[in-house]
Design a protein around this ligand. Structure first.
Ligand SMILES: [Ca+2]
Ligand SMILES: [Ca+2]
Ligand SMILES: [Ca+2]
Length: 267
């Protein structure tokens, strides 16, 4: 991929081109290059800087709500880009197992990978209509069977080892992902809470400190997610994923990958 593709309409805010101009990097250079944090602060996050608590959350909601959207069918190809194995461009990395698997082995059969809603879509009943159910900031390739085991459980620590997914644990009411993606899971959940505030056709999604939330528009446990975010800070894979979503697909960012300290600033 030597040329950045423009697949979907682009909003006006902090385009890759404007960042390229600010940084002196040619817009036709390598795809999905990370914009320096200082540049994002001066452009994309300008209105959020210096805020905390509800004011910060409100500002971030406005910023990240300026986005392009995908259909559920388009999510397949998007995940092949966002979750590409850095060591093998034919493969994606699966979230819970960490397995590198052919992009083409997607579907619903045993051993395939499919589209996991990290914010379980029954929590708020948003389904797979364009909206939260197709927001690739929280959609990840997962093993079909592991996805089924996670189901719509809340996140918490404890339980028995998950078959075929080393480092993951589950019991009757919660799921614990492997250490390497604990922070990723936390930041995806908290992005959803900021992005979806009930001012569109969908429920106001919010974390709480419970498990067994069922179909309520909540996911727990917040205290555990906050700890996971600190224990597993953003790595290069997670940051690149955020850049690819911003530059090629939705044109919005997960603020908690760029500014992990904003987790504590809001919650
Ligand atoms: Ca539990
Ligand atoms: Ca991680
Ligand atoms: Ca919310």
């Amino acid at each position: 991929m030597s040329v950045r593709r423009r697949i979907y309409a682009r909003p006006l805010l902090a385009t890759a081109t404007s960042i390229a101009v600010l940084t002196g990097v040619a817009a036709s250079a390598a795809p999905a290059t990370a914009a320096p944090a200082a540049v994002l602060d001066d452009t994309y996050y300008q209105d959020a800087l210096g805020k905390t608590g509800a004011a910060l959350k409100s500002s971030l909601h406005t910023i990240v709500s300026d986005q392009s959207t995908l259909t559920y069918a388009q999510v397949w190809d998007a995940l092949k880009a966002t979750d590409e194995d850095p060591a093998n461009s034919s493969n994606v990395i699966l979230l819970y197992t960490g397995r590198s698997q052919s992009k083409n082995e997607n579907g619903g059969s045993t051993g395939d990978w499919n589209r996991e809603h990290v914010w379980a879509k029954s929590h708020g009943n948003f389904g797979t209509a364009t909206g939260p159910g197709t927001d690739i900031h929280h959609l990840r390739p997962t093993d079909v069977q592991v996805n089924s085991i996670r189901g719509n459980k809340d996140f918490d620590e404890g339980g028995s080892a998950v078959s075929g997914a080393p480092g993951n644990y589950t019991d009757g009411d919660s799921f614990e992902p492997r250490d390497a993606v604990k922070g990723d899971v936390a930041r995806m959940i908290l992005y959803m809470a900021v992005r979806y505030e009930g001012d569109d056709a969908f429920a106001d999604l919010e974390p709480n400190d419970k498990v067994s939330n069922g179909s309520a528009p909540n996911i727990g446990r917040l205290s555990v997610l906050k700890r996971w975010s600190q224990e597993d800070p953003p790595d290069s894979f997670e940051k690149k994923r955020n850049d690819v979503i911003f530059e090629r697909f939705q044109h919005n960012r997960n603020p908690f990958i760029d500014h992990p300290e904003w987790v504590e600033a809001i919650w």
